[in-house]
Design a protein around this ligand. Structure first.
Ligand code: DGL
Length: 270
């Protein structure tokens, strides 16, 4: 039954909350690699190695399907994992495609040729590694033409969130939005392309202003997962327990998770 949810740290909890609400009968196993966060400043080799280690731990918990609730790992490691590493009876899926399908007004898995879409100016906020990978622009180009993407690498933001320093996180969000708006003064849509950033969604929305539509990755991923499991029921793994695992200090991570989600969220050592 169980499905795995992977992130470098606390950000994937925004996705876990949405998938658990959408699929209340599925046990979810969460793995936060808090000891090695942030991934966004690491090189692709490092991100690949750490992500594979986390995914193997989730397979050991009986999760044959793992969602990379981490844009950085989805952008920097997923393609290589799928092409060279994931065995035939397991699946690892990323969080980019559901978001891009929503932005480009497509239904799940619509692989028709790229076409003109309503949204022409898109602001992308993501980690330095995600921005450097250009994976977002690559996936978008398969589906839409004529969309101008301005990407802002939000250095320091994941670190501030992982350390619970919300004052610094707010200052950083405002600074990154200002920097982006100097290059693209009137974006129509904003993508929070890192699963940590919805924890700062209000600050992003205030800084961007009321005319910018902010895309929420968590609920889109939840819909996409529900659809995937309906089509592939065999990918529900043999695991039966829901548990939250961390490579960091379980007590400290549980405390921070509770601060963000405002409900108890106990973690065990991975
Ligand atoms: N939450 C992750 C993401 O979606 C990882 C951020 C990081 O560890 O730098 O990109």
């Amino acid at each position: 039954m169980a499905v795995g949810v992977f992130d470098s740290g606390l950000g994937g909890l925004t996705v876990l909350g949405a998938v658990a609400r959408r699929l209340p009968d599925v046990p979810f196993v969460y793995y936060g690699d808090n000891a090695h966060a942030p991934y966004g400043v690491r090189d692709a080799e490092d991100i690949f190695r750490l992500t594979c280690a986390g995914v193997e731990r989730l397979w050991a918990e009986g999760c044959d399907l793992v969602i990379l609730a981490c844009n950085t790992a989805s952008a920097a490691a997923l393609k290589r994992m799928q092409e060279t590493w994931v065995p035939k009876d397991k699946r690892v899926l990323g969080v980019f495609v559901p978001l891009i399908e929503a932005l480009t007004e497509r239904n799940w898995g619509d692989n028709s040729p790229p076409r003109q879409v309503e949204t022409r100016n898109v602001a992308l906020f993501a980690t330095p590694a995600t921005v450097a990978s250009r994976a977002f622009q690559r996936e978008l180009a398969f589906r839409a033409i004529g969309v101008d993407v301005e990407a802002q690498p939000c250095g320091g933001l994941v670190d501030a969130i992982e350390h619970g320093d919300m004052i610094l996180a707010e200052v950083l969000v405002r600074g990154h939005v200002e920097a982006l708006k100097r290059r693209m003064p009137a974006p129509q849509a904003a993508i929070l392309g890192c699963t940590h950033y919805p924890l700062m969604e209000e600050t992003f929305a205030n800084a961007l202003g009321p005319d910018v539509k902010v895309f929420s990755q968590a609920s889109l991923v939840a819909e996409s997962l529900a659809d995937y499991l309906a089509r592939h029921p065999e990918m529900r793994g043999p695991g039966l327990r829901s548990v939250n695992l961390t490579t960091g200090d379980p007590q400290a991570v549980s405390d921070k998770a509770m601060q963000f989600l405002r409900r108890p969220m106990p973690f065990e050592a991975a």
